[in-house]
Design a protein around this ligand. Structure first.
Ligand code: 13P
Length: 342
């Protein structure tokens, strides 16, 4: 029923030089980030913050879409314009986080499984009516002593695939997000091995559930190695490992891959994306772009600090990160662009 629309939306999400702003932090995550900066953790503050982000002049140049949280998709600007309308008028597609978060996995004390499948078909129908045209579901895989277990990988891959199939039934393009966490001191090689296994499992399950690969977007973590590893890989090494892993696992029919930032610094996340596009330009079947949360928002949030007077300066910070990541999606970014004032 939504065949043509899904195909068009998926392509638009990864259009040349465009990426996706992940602004779908749940209450807990949003409040944790506010608390760190001393910003009050109220519904009104979360609304005002999102208004600051979404009304940034010119974001439609660099963002194809924005991922919203349930609270946010129901909110509006101070003068009453629904956020979905603000985004659509800026040429940005509204998306929605559908997962209900990662919960302890039975029989595996140090692992989690993402929940949220119950009632999902009805929730998808409601969000479609509200204007959402794509969705996100994040699975979390931890590398550690003896983990990830095969049970954890399969359970999460299965849930991702059932979510993705339901999305396509209901007219939403699924962003399929299997995140292998950077937490730990594992090597880049270990990260590669786990990421490859996870991505293979995910695509196998997607296939079994009948998910159309040309109507989805993959949102993976980069192959970086653990953040506490004694040696940290260089930018080109990470870029190369990440692309080599994806070449082994990801069908060519997938229109695009939009990375999460996963705790990388703003500039490193941009540099990694740029290196992939610069090194592999014209040689890959899919677009490689960004769907960052923290790496797009950190500078803007810490400039805003909950004060109306800081809105223009905060918006300039968001605009700068969006612009630099757009350049990275084209392989045209250079660190000198960071020196230009926001
Ligand atoms: P980060 O870029 O901060 O990892 O967030 C992206 C995201 O959407 C996580 O689900």
């Amino acid at each position: 029923m939504y065949d043509q629309e899904l195909t068009t939306t998926a392509k638009a999400m990864v259009a040349e030089g465009k990426g996706i702003l992940a602004a779908d932090e749940s209450y807990g995550t949003a409040n944790k980030r506010f608390q760190k900066l001393g910003i009050p953790t109220t519904e009104e503050m979360r609304r005002a913050y999102r208004e600051m982000l979404f009304t940034t002049p010119g974001i439609g140049e660099f963002f194809s879409g924005v991922i919203l949280f349930d609270e946010t998709i129901r909110q509006a600007t101070q003068d009453g314009k629904p956020f979905t309308k603000v985004l659509m008028e800026a040429g940005v597609i509204p998306g929605i986080k559908l997962d209900a978060g990662a919960k302890p996995l039975a029989k595996s004390p140090n692992e989690v499984v993402t929940e949220g499948l119950d009632g999902l078909r009805d929730r998808i129908a409601e969000y479609y009516r509200m204007g959402a045209r794509f969705a996100k579901w994040r699975a979390v895989i931890t590398i550690g002593d003896g983990i990830p277990s095969r049970r954890c990988i399969e359970t999460n891959a299965h849930a991702l695939a059932r979510y993705a199939a339901l999305c396509q039934d209901g007219g939403l393009v699924p962003i399929v997000e299997p995140e292998v966490l950077m937490d730990g001191d594992h090597t880049l090689e270990r990260c590669f091995e786990v990421t490859e296994e996870v991505q293979h499992a995910v695509f196998e399950q997607l296939y079994r559930q009948g998910v159309e690969f040309h109507q989805m977007v993959l949102k993976p973590s980069m192959v970086t190695g653990g953040e506490n590893a004694s040696t940290q890989a260089g930018i080109e090494e990470v870029a190369n490992a990440t692309v080599q892993c994806l070449l082994r696992t990801t069908p060519a029919a997938v229109p695009g891959i939009a990375f999460l930032s996963g705790g990388q610094s703003d500039e490193l996340a941009t540099a990694h994306l740029n290196a992939m596009n610069a090194m592999y330009k014209g040689k890959l079947p899919w677009a490689l772009t960004f769907s960052y949360g923290r790496a797009l928002q950190q500078a803007a949030m810490s400039t805003w600090m909950g004060q109306d007077a800081n809105v223009p300066a905060a918006q300039k910070e968001l605009y700068k990160r969006a612009k630099n990541n757009s350049a990275a999606a084209l392989g045209q970014y250079s660190p000198a662009m960071e020196k230009v004032a926001a």
